[in-house]
Design a protein around this ligand. Structure first.
Ligand SMILES: *[C@@H]1O[C@H](CO)[C@@H](O)[C@H](O)[C@H]1NC(C)=O
Length: 484
């Protein structure tokens, strides 16, 4: 041991470089441990060990962590509809910080300059030779065109991410998801449709294009090399996404399913789905145009989405993450479900976590407007308001406790709050709650590279019963959330 320490401190002539590297690395790790230790001892309430343990491990060698600069976006658009659709891209696109293009079918009208708030455009190559269905062939070819468009200086690009002009991406979470995978291997990442009828008709093994999908550079390279032959062979398909999948299937590359990509193949109101998201980062949402606005905030779908995107920026990893807690007092027992940054449900009765994590079915299937089946379980939303939770929607967000935490506040929809939903005594105390105030530590962006675990919370009534305070925190090892 002593010999080894000596060797560290007095590096031998040979391998001196190497040892210096080791010493520097050790010092870095040591300083990290110290920083972490002080965070644990001072922060107390919010912090717990695993974050820091993980952080120090990050000094191990290997490629630098994936970030936005490693991603190139390819958005399928059309010149004639771009003006109506552009507000979706403008919600998430950050000029100067992101790379990629909207691929149009023709040159846009010259009257207006191309808005600087949108991704720059390119015009796709003519795809009319691929038969009557040239439009999906053009869309499918965008992957290849985006790949060919990479110059020599783009060697850093690791992933090509495709989406529609009405896809909303959550970029930090996209980075977190892709960062889990080795970009030097062939990967195809996305998710099938929510409606079983759609998966049966198209494919369970396909990333539905509107939810977006990612191809690692080697996968994009291989696909680009064979795409034209595939477009000939599979020109009978309806969509571009199925052409891409058929071609990847020839290459033997299966879909890696990530539950954060959302095609949103449902009708009606996406509320139930967004209020009970799986324990996985939210990566995308698609074609919400014809659905009920996801919240009463702002009045239109775009404004409701803007509110979600704004709160997202306060704590990207945590957006719509669920957690459950119980509040009981004299003659009442409540179950509380938080979907962070979006909504809080207060049930004036007791429901187990296994039920709270199942979406309320506020929607129908995409094709036949039926009550299912979906690729996940649903709970029916009973018409009797005594069987429905009180629903609170996000009002405001701000930093809290310096910048290590956030405070979000939720209130009931005014139109609904006006009436008395239910005359049962159990509702009395619940109806007094005007505001739910949620305090949450900012989630570690690397949390999603570890095994997912729902976080824990506890509640407290304040403000003479008008405020329900929820404190979210890491669960202790082995901690359970069980109904009272
Ligand atoms: C992204 O990663 C690269 C290394 O590949 C690094 O040079 C760059 O500074 C990183 N960008 C950001 C914004 O962190």
């Amino acid at each position: 041991m002593l010999q080894r320490w000596k060797a560290y401190i007095f590096p031998a002539a040979d391998g001196g470089e190497y040892r210096w590297g080791r010493i520097k690395a050790s010092l870095l790790v040591l300083s990290f441990v110290l920083v972490c230790y002080s965070a644990v001892s001072s922060g107390g309430f919010w912090w717990s060990g695993p974050d820091c343990a993980q952080a120090s491990l990050r000094f191990s060698s290997g490629p630098a962590p994936t970030n936005l600069s490693h991603i190139v976006f390819g958005i399928g658009g059309s010149a004639r509809t771009w003006q109506q659709r552009r507000s979706y891209s403008e919600l998430w696109w950050r000029p100067g910080e992101m790379r990629g293009h909207v691929w149009l079918d023709e040159e846009p009208a010259k009257e207006q300059p191309w808005p600087g708030t949108c991704p720059p455009f390119r015009v796709s190559a003519d795809a009319s030779r691929f038969g009557a269905r040239a439009a999906p062939a053009r869309m499918a070819r965008i992957v290849a065109e985006a790949y060919w468009a990479l110059g020599k200086e783009d060697e850093r690009v690791r992933w090509l991410v495709m989406g529609d002009d009405d896809t909303v991406f959550f970029p930090e979470n996209l980075v977190a998801v892709l960062g889990k995978y080795d970009h030097q291997e062939m990967r195809y990442v996305g998710a099938p449709s929510e409606s079983v009828e759609q998966d049966v008709m198209h494919s369970y093994g396909m990333a539905f294009g509107g939810g977006g999908f990612a191809l690692s550079r080697p996968a994009a390279d291989a696909l680009a090399g064979v795409i034209d032959g595939c477009l000939d062979r599979y020109n009978y398909f309806y969509g571009s996404d199925q052409r891409v999948q058929s071609c990847l299937s020839e290459l033997g590359v299966p879909l890696t399913r990530e539950p954060g990509f959302h095609q949103v193949d449902i009708r009606g109101d996406a509320y139930g789905m967004l209020a009970a998201h799986p324990v996985a980062p939210l990566v995308s949402l698609h074609h919400l145009d014809n659905m009920k606005p996801i919240s009463p905030r702002g009045g239109t779908q775009i404004e409701a989405l803007r509110s979600l995107v704004e709160v997202y920026r306060f704590d990207p990893a945590r957006i719509i993450q669920q957690c459950f807690c119980y509040e009981s007092g004299w003659r009442y027992k409540w179950s509380v479900s938080v979907s962070w940054g979006y909504t809080v449900q207060l049930y004036p009765w007791v429901l187990a976590p296994k039920d709270l994590e199942i979406p309320l079915q506020t929607f129908q299937t995409w094709r036949s407007f039926s009550d299912g089946p979906f690729t996940f379980n649903t709970r029916s939303l009973k018409p009797d308001t005594c069987e429905q939770p009180l629903m609170f929607f996000l009002d405001r967000v701000q930093d809290s406790e310096g910048s290590v935490a956030t405070m979000t506040e939720y209130s009931r929809d005014e139109s609904e709050a006006a009436g008395r939903p239910c005359d049962r005594p159990g509702f009395d105390a619940a109806l007094e709650v005007e505001t739910v105030r949620v305090l949450a530590p900012r989630m570690d962006p690397t949390a999603w590279s570890r095994a997912p675990r729902r976080q824990c919370c506890r509640t407290r009534r304040t403000g003479k019963g008008k405020v329900l305070e929820v404190r979210i925190r890491h669960c202790d090892p082995g901690e359970i959330t069980s109904p009272p």
